[in-house]
Design a protein around this ligand. Sequence first.
Ligand code: AMP
Length: 500
Amino acid sequence: MYNVVEYLENSCKKYSDKIAVIEENKKITYEELRNKSQVVGTFIGSKIFNEPIIIFMDKGIDALISFLGCAYAGCFYTLINPELPSVRIEHIKSTINSKLVITDNENENLAKTYFKDLEVKNINELKKEKINLDILNKSSLNHIDIDPLYVNFTSGSTGVPKGVVISHKSVIDFIDEFTKIFKFNKNDIIANQAPFDFDVSVKDIYSSLKVGATLLIVPKKYFSNPSLLLDYLCDNKVTTMTWAVSALCLITTFHGLDYKVPKSIKKILFSGEVMPLKHLNMWMNKLPKTTFVNVYGPTEITCNCLYHIVDRKREYKDKLPVGVPFKNERVFLLNENNEIITNKDEVGEICVSGTCVGLGYYNNESVTQEHFTKNPNNTYYRETIYRTGDLGYYNNLGEMMFNGRKDFQIKYLGHRIELEEIEKSMMDIDEVNRGCVIFDEEKSKLYGFYIGNIDKKDLSIKLKETLPVYMVPTKLINLDEFPLTKNGKIDRKKLMEVYK
Ligand code: AMP
């Protein structure tokens, strides 16, 4: 296989009339999905090849048709959430440097203001065009499997989001194994929680297409109403959830499972953060036959590289292991001297090698060089590894345990955030001299300390102009000076102790 559209083609041959995707009141069969994706692919392929395309809309059937249209044309997509602040959209736009934007009715006007210098096409207009197999065949002949499929932007410590580039080959390598281990099949109804600019959604989309399952897109609005969310999962007889830890905990925090239990669920895979055992137990007690799996990995290595199937008979002391590698992925620990760690309990940086390793950060060679490095223990040829910045150690059973971060990257409400990016945005405001952002894990709260001549309300408003709402600190604290360590660095510990 060279291109993910082959998943769609194969399933279409077997299950052409089967429902491929459901989005609230809309449905699309495998055949319709293939045809519409080919129409979009024809339009794109008649113009460009192996170039980035901005998809400017919320998740849904139309976004999926656009993604697959890009793949048919041998191009790659980056979904920009229209709700992002304008400065962030500008950053992504200038990094990705795309010529074409695909949008929908709802976002067309906004797209035309943000991207007035680019070609903006409404998906509903595109869908009316015709398939030209000559164009699609030409794109297919020119395509190779290391061409990118998508670029996903994540928070960047330099203040500009980083675009992780992932190839078809990496996705195919991962999805083939992922669907095999966890026995995804054509009878599955896969409830998609993640937004389409998060790579958790990659697992939903391509697993479903590969096995000929039905992808059920759960609209964002349901996540602010757990009972509606549970009604939706139950009514649609969902069998599979590959969700962020924060989304599963949202249901248990509001005691959603006391209202209704989605009994049809056979497997729940979760990732993104440490799963609190208290919440996991609430899920497991209500679903005694369901398989639960902890999966781990950063976007840069294509979804996940480690997994641990929860053993109901085992007593987990304080946390679950992140487990063992997927096939064809080498996951290892390096100590500060770049030596491989094999002893149990010794902490090191989690590093990954394999087809899964992404192609780097788009249009950002310097940051790529920092994280996608040469394997320091292989001096004979260039073996690229990804240094995750995550710390880990092996337990008694040789399983990997997650042990926090090396740097100031955090997970907050399911979002990956580099605290330096918030600090940079604070300091870009003229009235702010210095800024320091701290995350209180216990309270799950972001604190923004600053020295400057601006009141908290105005600072919050200004921050919202450049940062997504979830990155704006819930508490802003104006100080005359910051406590310093002996080395003259900001004493973060003291800041928290004194002002918490
Ligand atoms: P993202 O690129 O948004 O998927 O975020 C990846 C980061 O989330 C990893 O580098 C880890 O810090 C964290 N993470 C992902 N999965 C897990 C997990 N199962 N347990 C603990 N932390 C996780």
